[in-house]
Design a protein around this ligand. Sequence first.
Ligand code: GUN
Ligand code: FE
Length: 455
Amino acid sequence: MTEYTEVFLGTAFSSNSPRELNILEKHIFCINKDGMIEKIVSPEETEYQHLLDVYSGKENFHRLAEGQYFLPGFVDLHVHAPQWAQSGTALDIPLYDWLNTYTFPLESRFSDLSFAENVYQDVVNTLLANGTTTALYFATVHKEASLLLAEICAKKGQRGLVGKVVMDNPEQNPDYYRDADTQTALADTEEFILAVKELAKSTKQGVYPVVTPRFIPSCTDDALKGLGELAAKYDTHVQSHCSESDWEHGYVQDRFEKNDAFALHDFGLLREKSVMAHCNFLNDDDADLFAETGTAVSHCPISNAYFANSVIPIAHLHEKGVEIGLGCDLSGGFSPSLFDNARQAVMSSRMLEDGVDTNLPAEQRGVPASRITINEAFYFATAGGGESLSLPIGRLAENYAWDVQIIDTKLASAKLPIFNADEDLHDVFQKVMYLVRPENIREVWVQGEKVHERK
Ligand code: GUN
Ligand code: FE
């Protein structure tokens, strides 16, 4: 019989499809030395008893206790790692002012590697403790500090996709915080890509360089063009902000006489491995372009409530075939938890559907067919994120990475309201999605390695 590196027994929740939950009751998950799920065995299969006979009692056999469940680790498609240092503050002003008054001064401090190390260690620990096993990060303009973030992810076992941020436009960025010039921005990006690819060779769970124009206003045309070329040359992921707010969307229309989506596409920045944050103001042509190019939307529902001047029609974009994942967008979004963002995604969609202005009659108040369910929000946080990044993550299925969070619903200090031993598992799942707090997340595993444990 094949020898497995780790064997787990328990009930797992995973997505079959956006609306359909897959409940794997008391299944056995066999993990190979590469940290991949090699085999999943249900209690009805003859091999089940045999696996129990061979592995029970061994050190690499893990049986969940009553009330514990496996969830796929979350895939966070949009995190500004440096902004963790200001999370929860400064959310009362518009995006443009927020960037210039708070965010650029903070990010400029990451030229100091010891400050960067403090913040980056803490943000990676915090995301892992919140069940996020893969994160797509913006760092800052600083090449060294950005590489440090990738190294910290590599060391702590998180699957980090990291971008050195490019902002070379002297008209839109302050003197104290921007790339020295376009050539330097592109040269630094290329060196950063090569350094992260080198680091990846010794990183089991993977670490990836990401081409990262902050957003169109931050960048000159030459930089955007050069970044598109680098993404193609090294076949990297790409990330940016797209059609986020009235101001930003309008700025791009003034500069290019087209929407962000087509402008980014002209520079070669919409690719299969591209992920664009926010995208609230995508029209149907923009959405079709996203679907054709395989570009994903990172939906950041908490951040959007502060900065996006709108509720994104996420159900409509999904219906049009656009890949979608969730992003916490620290610190435009204050919470490092994708549980919190999944909850907000559902609530915002309900507000869009019903509408918000009570001066209007009900039939004129909202946008019909806008709601999403908690199952869809869970899909975005897991399988949808994996598809957006073109990686085998986000599902508990064979040939996917063993990236999981172990949820304890019976923890004395944070017990979930489950009063029947035989409660329907669909209901248990919904309670988990709505009520779990970080203390319920007992263990987190990435690529078959335990990376977090709450004693
Ligand atoms: N647009 C450009 N930079 C940022 C940022 O840091 N956060 C958000 N929410 N939007 C941006
Ligand atoms: Fe952002």
